[in-house]
Design a protein around this ligand. Structure first.
Ligand code: UDX
Length: 430
């Protein structure tokens, strides 16, 4: 099938590559000349394990094509996927200006029959508006249907998530569009959920909100366990074994971040507000997450006798989770800023996110590796569970540090082992 993706971020580029790899001819439309020229050479703008290989392979096979020009891609495409960003506005609501802008641009080039589908996370009612805009700007002969096909890929595992998703949501009120989208998604597998546009739009928000709720629940149990002397991690492991609950997204830690969970919660709260529904549960999920992030700063203070002034702190891990260079809404930003505000000197290290972090975190030093970061430090804080941090030479680390203190924001170290080595250690909920 010939298809087009508008947008080449995590969702657009990954999904386009996977569809190209399945034998489709896939156009990717961008709006920055430099990025498109780079993409044509296989230089990708994001860090995602496995993505560069798959892009290069499909460039060579001429199955993935990059362009700035709608005229080249849209007329011959059976489906056009909108995969541009929907960042939060000041008031938390999703900013849909890019969505509507690209819709206006693509509409005049539709030719024959085309399905215009959104991959971006958009509030209920957005696809209806997309339909209105297309009707206003398309040529008279062009025929189309709209659909909502939300994407559930996780950064760091984006390729495998796209190749074998748990479910494919196809929301449309047209049988013709439904059949075309089923055919396109056939080789991917996963349960097909055929539903209305509005339901599909809401499924994405509900999924992310529930994942965030699980994490905040885990962080609440962790906090309570710390006070009562229970082993919070053990409690959550036992709770997760119950099949009705499930063990994923129950790891307490330094809070959730990233480009989706925080933004989608704000947007869902915005949708609830405009609909006159008080989604108190979700407000609390946010509050608990803020506390989880602040909790790392409080624990740091505790280990440093309440005074961070002129203390050197090594921060290991900056991205919002491992296997990505994404710094959007990373808990490390809030944590580091408040440590710096309290007078601490930060030496940070992250395997891939430092380039992006440098643009955001101005008043800190970046180190070339973990060992350089901990040299002379009064405290080590671990914020992202990158694999390379799991088996550090802790004996060497202790020798290099000024004081052997660890705040383990992702619970990757064995508290007993670390304490036996002479460290003062605080994890989350243990
Ligand atoms: C999320 C959704 O999982 C995905 O389906 C959607 O398409 C986009 O948003 P992503 O943002 O890539 O994906 O990251 P995810 O793996 O969900 O993690 C989000 C945050 O939650 C990270 O900061 C992670 O550290 C944190 N987290 C996750 C926890 O604190 N505890 C957990 O148990 C799981």
């Amino acid at each position: 099938m010939k298809i087009t993706f508008i947008g080449h971020g995590y969702v657009g580029l990954v999904t386009a590559s996977v569809f190209a790899d399945l034998g489709n001819t896939v156009w990717v439309i961008g709006h920055t000349k430099e990025k498109i020229e780079n993409l044509k050479k296989g230089v990708i703008p994001i860090y995602e394990p496995g993505l560069e290989g798959i892009v290069k392979r499909n460039i060579k096979a001429k199955r993935i094509l990059f362009t700035l020009d709608h005229k080249e891609a849209i007329p011959e495409s059976s489906a056009v996927f909108i995969a541009v960003g929907t960042p939060p506005r000041e008031n938390g609501e999703a900013d849909l200006s890019s969505i509507f802008e690209v819709t206006k641009k693509l509409a005049p080039y539709l030719s024959g029959y085309t399905v215009v589908a959104t991959k971006s996370t958009v509030p209920v009612g957005t696809n209806k508006k997309i339909k209105e805009i297309i009707n206003q700007f398309k040529s008279q002969k062009a025929d189309f249907d709209v659909a909502s096909v939300p994407e559930f890929l996780r950064e760091g595992q984006a390729i495998s998530d796209t190749q074998s998703p748990d479910r494919v949501i196809i929301g449309t009120d047209s049988k013709k569009a439904e059949d075309l989208l089923i055919e396109l998604h056939e080789p991917i597998g996963g349960k097909h959920i055929l539903t209305t546009i509005e339901t599909a739009e809401m499924i994405k928000y509900a999924s992310n909100a529930f994942l965030a709720t699980k994490i905040s629940f885990a962080n609440s149990i962790a906090s309570l366990s710390e006070i009562t002397g229970a082993d919070g991690v053990g409690v959550l492991e036992a709770v997760g074994i119950d099949k009705r609950i499930g063990s994923s997204f129950l790891s307490p830690g330094a809070g959730f971040g990233g480009s989706c969970l925080p933004k989608d919660i704000k947007a869902l709260l915005g949708i609830a507000k405009t609909s006159g529904y008080d989604f108190g549960l979700l407000k609390e999920v946010n509050k608990v997450n803020d506390q989880a992030i602040k909790g790392i700063v409080n624990k740091s203070k505790r280990l440093l006798d309440g005074n961070l002034e002129n203390k050197t702190i090594a921060v290991l891990g900056l991205s919002f989770k491992p296997d990505t260079d994404d710094m959007r809404d990373a808990p490390s930003i809030v944590i580091i800023n408040s440590l710096v505000k309290a007078g601490a000197k930060i030496k940070a290290y992250d395997p891939v996110a430092m380039k992006n972090a440098e643009k955001i975190l101005k008043r800190i030093t970046f180190s070339k590796d973990c060992y350089q970061a901990v040299e002379g430090a009064d405290l080590l804080i671990l914020l992202t569970e990158w694999n390379e941090f799991r088996q550090l030479d802790l004996v060497k680390i202790k020798k290099l540090m000024k004081k052997p203190n660890i705040v383990d924001g992702r619970n990757i170290y064995d508290p007993k082992k670390v304490k036996d080595l002479g460290f003062a250690y605080i994890g989350v909920g243990r």
